[in-house]
Design a protein. Sequence first.
Length: 256
Amino acid sequence: MAFYNLTKAERVKVVETIRTEVLCALQFRDFSKANFSFSHNDTYIRKAAYLAIGKIYLTHTDFHHAIISMLEEMQNSSDFKIRQTVINAAGEIGKVSFEQVQLIFERGLFDAHHSPRNAVIGSIKKMGEVNPVPVLKWAKEYLHHPDKEIRREICHGIELRGRKYPQDILPLLKELEFDKTVRVRNTLVHVLGQIAYKKGCLKTVVEHLKSWGNTQIVKEALAEIIDVHHRYRNFSALTQEEAKAFISISFPSMIS
């Protein structure tokens, strides 16, 4: 039965069982004991497993070495679901101690399957939101990587930090303004739109765009920002017309 088809009491019991299995795997250094929950077809079972790892890391300092060893070993699995869960577990740890899991992310960026790579994006988002300094420093190293998908994944991954603190990621985004890959440029424009509609963020984004040299990207970004203020009108700080009027002060020739 799927996780969310269970009653609340049954779900609590399942989560506790998974936590116990993970603890047992760590205690006896028998990491295969965690394979069932890490490879489960139900994404919520896998989520319970990686959340358990994060909580154990915080509460059991004596297991830190065993946890990292387990994740590094399981990242070699042929099952992409296990590798995906490993990345998500590393993301929970990276919220407080990114340096301990940096190698896992360096490997995950190049995973052959899209699911672990998507987990890297999601993990960068959640780590960057609360532990930005080491995460953004690491991300910056990949902004000019030869692989276009790596550049795109990093661009997408740093987005969440920018929704509250756009000034933290705008200098990194600027490094991609002349990227020659359409898929990377589209992600860049998307991220600029996503970080501009929250309270106080539009001014920061627009001011920074004044320093960009790629006029076409700036034009596309401004169009996306205006459109986002309509699409997310129930969540944006300004109405679409207010955003358009504000942008037109700095970029009158680009606003129709």
